[in-house]
Design a protein around this ligand. Sequence first.
Ligand SMILES: [Zn+2]
Ligand SMILES: [Zn+2]
Length: 399
Amino acid sequence: MTDTLKAAACSEVDRQAAALVALSRRIHATPELRFEEKQASAWLAEYLLALGFEVEHPAYGLDTAFAATAGSGRPRVALLCEYDALPEIGHACGHNVIAAAGAGAAAGLAVVLEQLGGSVRVLGTPAEEGGGGKVIMARGGAFEDVDVAMMIHPSGVDLLEIDALAITSLHVEYRGRAAHAAAAPQHGINALDALVTAYNSIAQLRQHIAPGERIHGIITDGGQAPNIVPERAAGVFYVRSPSRAGLDALEKRVLECFRAGALATGAKLTVNKTGEDYEDLQTNQPLAALYAANLEKLGRAIGVAGKITGSTDMGNVSHLVPSIHPMLRIAPPDVPLHTQEFCRWAASEEADRGVLDGAKAMAMTAIDYLSDPALQQAVRVAFEATCTGRGAGGEGRGE
Ligand SMILES: [Zn+2]
Ligand SMILES: [Zn+2]
C-alpha cells in the first residue's frame, strides 16, 4: 500500500512542479534577511492555504514564522522550511530550495493523508543564518506536538547528514580611557591593546584544542584615530565544538583569553552572546535510512565521500524530536555554500530538480514513517539514545 501512496504523492508533486519552481525562483529573486522574510513566509503560507492547510501566520511570536497543518492527530510529521538570505550575497545558502521542497512535500502528502492517518505540519522557520529562529520557535512550543522533523538543504553533494557543530557567538567589548597618544599616553587605558591581547591569546589557544573544534573572530571596532588612545574596542568571535559539552568547556577557555586582555591593560571587559547557541546535529539514523532508500528511487545516490562542516539551528530541533537534515545536490561538488556562485546555482535547472526530488524524497519518507508503527518505535528508540532535550536554548538573546 505504501508504494501506491508514494506514487500518488510523487505525481502530485509533479502536478505542482510549475508552482513549486515558481515559488523557489521568486524567493530567490527577493532575498530577505533573517527575521525580515515577510514576502517569502507570506507566499508559502498562501500556497499551503490554497492546498487546504490550516495556516497560522505569524506563529510562535515571530512575524515571519508560520505553521500550516493538514490531517489530524498523531503521529505528526513536521516539514521545515527555511527562507532567509545572506547579507550582500542573497540566496547563497539556497534556502529558497529548502522552502519550495518543504512546500512540495506537503502538497504530495496532503493527497494521501486521509488514507495514511496522522498529520503533517509545515513550519516556516525564519532566521537560520545567525538568528536561531527554530530555537525561538522551540521555546514557543513548536516541537512539542510533533513526532519527527525533516528538511533538506541544498549543496554540491547528496549527503545524509552534515557535521553540524554546536556554536556560540560572543560579542566582546573593552572600555578603556582616551588620552592624547603623544601628549599624555600615560593617562590612557588602551582598549585596542586589550582586544589584541585577547586575539593573540585565542590564536595560541587554537593550537591546543580538539580536532574539529573551531574558534574564529573579527575586530569590529579598534579606535577612532592613531593619535587617540582607543577608548573602546569590540569584536565578534564564534566558538564551535562537535558536542555541547565540548563547547561549554571551550567557551570557558575563550573567556579566559578575553579576561587576559582586560587584566593586562586595565580595560573593562563585557561579553554578550549575539544570539541563540546552536546545538550539534543528531541525525536520526532509522529516518535517514528511509530517506536514503527513497532518494535512490529518484535516481540519486548518497555520496560516500565528502563531508560538510557548519552549524545549524536544526541541531537544536534534533535534540527535541527525531530529525533529519540531509544535503541535496543542486550544484557541482566544488561549489561551496555561501558564495556568489552557489547563489547562481540556487536558481538553476539543477536547483529546480532539487526542489522536486527533495519534495518527493521527504514525502515518501513521511509515508514510510506514518504507515508503520514498528518504524515509529525504532525512530523513537534511536532518538532516546541521543537526545539531550536542550534544544530550546538557555539564557536567550544577548545584545
Ligand atoms: Zn548558510
Ligand atoms: Zn543554509
